[in-house]
Write a protein that binds this ligand. Structure first.
Ligand SMILES: Nc1nc2c(ncn2[C@@H]2O[C@H](COP(=O)(O)OP(=O)(O)OP(=O)(O)O)[C@@H](O)[C@H]2O)c(=O)[nH]1
Ligand SMILES: [Mg+2]
Length: 440
């Protein structure tokens, strides 16, 4: 991805880039403001930026011209010089003109929160789909901001407004806008193609008849850690091999690409589990739109595991943000289990016993506490979608009979001349698969 500030290029993980954070407080409480500032620092860390200073301002509403007001902007310039910061990162989203004006005063590039999140995403994207999605969101973000980039060429308009009379800067902006629009169209075309392939793959998985469970939740809640824990508990050594494990790390947005794994735990019905990008407060709108197809794994899941970091003092707000994002994705009505993770960090949680039938389970992906209760809750949901099948399985289709034995509850079984007569309480996905295979 081409970046106007060029940070993605020649990136060396050992180099931390010095930055100063600028925070603008309008009507937030002390506590809320402090929390969002801390989260911005964590986002900076996730982007290999070293926060050398923080400057805050309180105003009834953002200043139209410079966002934090011209006096504070001057103070910011002095801080930037003092610590030799290479960027200013703002807590909030700035309009294109606020960004341009502030940049002029502080004399280093200014990033807002959206820009920072886009930069993290561009570094994490691994698959073709994620890379294209981020590029598309980035270009959409850049479009209205092009004006600021060409101000050095000036607007030497000769008046009259005809094309021929436009200044160099303005011509360059128009040209760039055309190139970017064209690129966005190309990206969208390719993404639609990838989405089609994804649909075909999903239909293939539906045909396999395994229930599909999706991990969702705020970034850093422990979704990938839970996936790895379940892979570890699996019964095939192949699944435990490093290649099957997903990346988990104490940083925001460690996961960007969707991973799907089959989880086969002895004595439990196998299911497919997908791990997806985490959510965050005020997630940039273009980014959500860009990631809609990746997040479609969530929309088509049979069960959602909403993972919550119960040790985070703001876990209730994180839960609400997750629910709001799921509502935007039309996924809030899917059966769900609230998984309160990191119980090991909260003494009180370890005295809480999980109750069968509840939609909340306390676990620790690190110690394994409560994972069996979580699996019980999952199996209860699978069972609630069960139906009874009454079928004749030819002796030549031993694999089907095996799956019934492994994944369903056999109510009746007798061996006839050519086939086995079975009645079984089956997950509906498996029942559909068996009846389709037998041509019923
Ligand atoms: N103490 C403790 N730490 C945990 C637990 N589960 C996860 N962690 C840690 O929390 C951090 C984040 O874990 P991840 O699994 O990467 O979180 P995630 O939800 O996948 O995060 P994103 O991919 O950024 O959305 C890592 O440092 C994990 O080791 C837990 O049960 N207890
Ligand atoms: Mg993750």
């Amino acid at each position: 991805m081409s970046n106007n500030f060029g940070m993605s290029n020649n990136f060396n993980p050992d180099d931390l880039t010095p930055v100063v954070i600028a925070g603008l407080r309008t009507d937030e409480t002390d506590e809320e403001f402090e929390h969002t500032l801390q989260e911005l620092e964590s986002l900076c860390e996730a982007c290999d930026l070293e926060v050398k200073g923080t400057l805050t301002q309180t105003l009834p509403h953002p200043d139209n011209a410079t966002w934090i007001g011209s006096g504070k902007a001057e103070e910011l310039r002095i801080s930037v010089c003092a610590v030799e910061a290479e960027y200013v990162v703002c807590l909030g989203n700035l309009s294109p003109s606020q960004m341009k004006n502030l940049q002029k005063i502080v004399e280093v590039p200014v990033w807002d929160r959206t820009n920072l999140i886009l930069e993290i995403f561009s570094r994490r994207a691994r698959t073709r789909e994620a890379t294209l999605q981020v590029e598309c969101a980035y270009l959409q973000y850049m479009m209205p901001r092009l004006t600021g980039m060409w101000q050095h060429l000036g607007r030497q308009s000769g008046g009259g407004g005809s094309r021929a009379n436009k200044g160099e800067g303005e011509k360059q902006i128009e040209l760039d806008k055309r190139i970017i629009s064209h690129r966005i169209t190309e990206l969208k075309k390719e993404l639609t193609q990838i989405e089609k392939t994804r649909d075909v793959q999903r239909q293939g998985r539906v045909r396999d008849g395994f229930p599909h469970v999706a991990l969702v939740g705020y970034t850093n809640a422990g979704k990938s850690s839970l996936m790895n824990k379940l892979i570890d508990m699996g019964d095939t050594s192949v699944d435990k091999a490093a290649g099957k494990k997903v990346f988990e790390e104490n940083m925001l947005f460690a996961t960007l690409d969707t991973s799907i794994r089959k989880i086969s735990i002895p004595g439990r019905k196998p299911f497919l589990l997908s791990d997806t990008v985490g959510f965050i407060e005020n997630i940039p709108h273009d980014l959500i739109k860009a990631f809609r197809s990746t997040l479609s794994e969530v929309k088509y899941a049979d069960v959602l595991l909403i993972v919550i970091d119960s040790s985070d003092p703001h876990y209730k707000a994180h839960k609400k943000i997750t629910e709001d994002t799921l509502r935007d994705l039309d996924a809030l009505t899917i059966p769900k289990i609230y998984v309160y993770n990191k119980s090991d960090l909260r003494d009180s949680d370890l005295t809480i016993k999980n109750h069968p039938g509840s939609d909340s389970v306390f676990i620790s992906a690190r110690t394994g506490y409560g994972i069996d209760d979580l699996l019980d809750a999952l199996q209860d949901i699978f069972r609630s979608g069960n139906r009874t099948i009454d079928v004749l399985i030819p002796y030549t289709s031993g694999d089907l009979l095996n799956r019934i034995h492994n994944e369903a509850e056999v109510l009746y079984e007798s061996h006839e001349a050519d086939d086995t007569h079975v009645k079984a309480d089956c997950p509906s996905s498996l029942a559909d698969f068996i009846e389709k295979t037998l041509g019923k």
